[in-house]
Design a binder for this molecule. Structure first.
Ligand code: FA5
Ligand code: MG
Length: 418
């Protein structure tokens, strides 16, 4: 089905975003709850955990160019085609990404800026930004989060590669002197291949340098405590724009947590940027994932809190542990309905809930689904948990919000409430 646009920020034919009017069309699915977030720019505020973490990482890479003021509105070409995403990649769909209209979307990752940044002549850089994805609602998922892209390219000649080998040797020596346990995978393998354009020895050196650079960053952030070594594990991964590719997980509080994706940049990316005779690496860090661990922040919604009891706990230049103020009572409401013929994507439901409830929604869970054996109609029941992080939410207030959710579902998607 075609998603229906519902936003108080729009007239029928235009939507205003960051002070500019964009024509809407049948692709438009950005909502006012999302448009409001575009102005917040948490990553620029060093008294906020996200901006604080940005500057800590930037200080770890002092010789890199630091970029953090790039518009989130990009073309699908920039977000996908420039990075060699196939035409049928699911990330392109309106159920997964926010579209302003068919020509513009909100970036889904900071990799969207790789080609333009390399094209400007930058050879080692960090770029921090807000990214947007349509997703489920729970304590670790939010439609806006922050990533930091890091990249470094080397001249593909014998001399530069010799220097790189020497740098790697000294990084290996440094890491040996610290309290970190690294589970590694081969730099190159049959399932994680070197690109045909490259000398495999060069690709090995670059992948090794990527791993060493990130291991030393992770060590700087999470610290190797004397009593307890830091555990990091490298895993083979797949991204359309790197090969070989890796993900990294960190062991924290008894769990492995994925914090980044990375790899050797595709030659086609560098070709599009007009960078000759080079080879290099890139990574994309999830800042909320890291900040939730480092600052002990239990719910991803807290990053968006304007409550001074949250904001006053952080200061530039240091990591501090969040002391939760009391968890206020919440309440849940169930929502049962017959699906329309065209179906209803869970991400569409979640956006309706965010529009009606803002950050008063804690999570949305599908608790029942069945198809009527005679009529063949499909029914779903969702449980919506409402809770404020800052105050007590009354049952009456939750009822009003819930009524709004139902009305929008009926109006925008033609569901039949049971
Ligand atoms: C990417 O976005 C790639 N652009 C990363 C990359 C960059 C790969 C450069 C290769 C080279 P991924 O979708 O896995 O990959 O996201 C990267 C990181 O962002 C994840 O490891 C995670 O830490 C964080 N992340 C992803 N989805 C979410 C989410 N819904 N909420 C919070 N953090 C998320
Ligand atoms: Mg991933």
């Amino acid at each position: 089905h075609t998603p229906r646009f519902s936003s108080s920020a729009s007239s029928d034919s235009h939507v205003r975003i960051l002070g500019q009017a964009y024509p809407t069309d049948t692709t438009t699915n950005i909502t006012s709850a999302i448009i409001d977030k575009l102005e917040r720019r948490l990553h620029l505020n060093e008294s906020h955990p996200i901006g604080n973490l940005r500057s800590l990482i930037e200080r770890h890479f002092p010789l890199f160019t630091h970029l953090s003021d790039v518009s989130p509105i990009v073309t699908p070409a920039k977000n996908f085609d420039d990075l060699s995403f196939p035409a049928d990649h699911p990330g392109r769909s309106v159920t997964d990404s926010y579209y302003v209209n068919r020509d513009f979307m909100l970036r889904t990752h900071t990799s969207a800026h790789e080609v333009e940044t390399f094209a400007k002549g930058e050879r080692k850089w960090l770029l921090t930004a807000d990214v947007y994805r349509r997703d489920e609602i729970d304590a670790s998922h939010y439609p806006v989060f922050h990533q930091m892209e890091g990249a470094r390219i080397f001249h593909a000649d014998a001399n530069s590669m010799k220097e790189l080998a020497e740098e790697n040797v000294s990084l290996v020596e440094y890491l040996k002197s610290t309290n970190i346990i690294i589970e590694d995978v081969p730099h190159i393998s049959a399932s994680n291949p070197v690109q045909p354009a490259y000398d495999p020895r060069h690709a090995e050196l670059v992948a090794h340098n990527l791993k060493l650079s990130l291991n030393s960053l992770i060590l700087a952030l999470f610290g190797g405590r004397k009593d307890e070594p830091l555990r990091v594990r490298w895993i083979e991964a797949y991204f359309p724009f790197t090969s070989p590719s890796f993900e990294v997980e960190v062991f924290f509080n008894g769990k492995w947590l994925e914090i980044l994706g990375s790899g050797v940049v595709l030659q086609s990316t560098l070709d599009r940027a007009n960078v000759p005779n080079s080879i290099g690496w890139a990574f994309g860090l999830g800042l909320e994932r890291i900040a939730m661990i480092l600052y002990s922040i239990p719910d991803i919604r807290l990053f968006w809190s304007q409550d001074s009891r949250f904001l006053s706990q952080f200061a530039p230049g240091r990591i501090s542990t969040f002391k939760p103020y009391s968890k206020y009572p919440g309440c849940y409401k169930d929502l049962s309905f017959w699906l329309p013929q065209s179906g209803l994507h869970q991400n569409d439901l979640c956006d309706i809930v965010r529009e009606a409830a803002g950050d008063l929604v804690e999570n949305v869970q599908l608790i029942d689904a069945f198809t009527h054996p005679k009529t063949n109609r499909a029914s779903q029941c969702y449980r919506i948990n409402y809770r404020s992080m800052d105050r007590s939410l009354s049952n009456e207030e939750a009822n009003v919000i819930h009524k709004g959710v139902k009305a929008r579902l009926v109006e925008n998607f033609g569901v039949e409430i049971r």
